[in-house]
Design a protein around this ligand. Sequence first.
Ligand code: MLT
Ligand code: MN
Ligand code: ZN
Length: 304
Amino acid sequence: MKIRVLGAGAGGGFPQWNCNCRNCDGVRKGTLRALARTQSSIAVSGDEQNWILFNASPDILQQIRSFPELQPARALRDTAIAAIVLIDAQIDHTTGLYMLREHRKPWPVWCTAGVREDLSVGNPIFGVLGHYAGIDWRELKLGEPFAIPSVAGLHLAALPLTSNAPPYSPHRDRPQPGDNIGVTLIDDASGKRLFYAPGLGEMEAPVWQAMREADCVLVDGTLWTDDEMIRLGASAKTSRAMGHLPQSGPGGMLEWLGELPATTRKILIHINNTNPILDEDSPERAELRARDIEVAFDGMEIQL
Ligand code: MLT
Ligand code: MN
Ligand code: ZN
């Protein structure tokens, strides 16, 4: 399977339009060695013809332009995106659906019943899109591996994550199974596995098992410290309260990644613009290098 990172940034992207933190200011002025990143999305294919879009970012049009494989131009109106999977109902993962409204048929969108409810009631994108291409909802069930008919060569298995539903969800701060999922992608030919979870708030046993079974983990890299946003005065919430396990500190992502087999490829994704790992010259980035942990960037490709 081939995985293409379309956007490695968290909500807001990097630099964020109104942010003047050290990172955003530095990348804007060119005084910081760091790559700009668009908002959270990946594309995955088993045959490099048909692609699953994981999350529809507000930056989707720019992401499609920078990855021509998604636009094979076989007909007047055409796309290689054969299905869309939503891992939660957050703005940074769903707003791009509006930009895909010119599709010629209803979009096969795979998501849990909880995410569908949030996108029908709290933020009724699905209803609005009913006036355009429409949504052909396919219920994404947790547990057993399943195939997406229009995408050959891959199986998916979803598991619930304790993270957080969006502010407009009836279950905000009262997490329900299916508000956020992690997905294992299995290549039918090679048997290789990717575990993808850009919003991972707690390392529960089934999540840890999926990570240990994976050949590559592409996991939550939102914030370095739990109180990063509080110390900056950017938010009143800790990383954990927002549903994102911080990298540093006891029980943080680095400790967990350190327990994985040396052969597992370890990559952080959904990086918030305040995170010091974006600065390629920072001590935090050096620590990741020493631990053999990569930081995803827009355009990164992974072959499994
Ligand atoms: C999150 O990952 O916590 C959300 O996407 C944040 C946001 O976009 O506001
Ligand atoms: Mn997000
Ligand atoms: Zn910033």
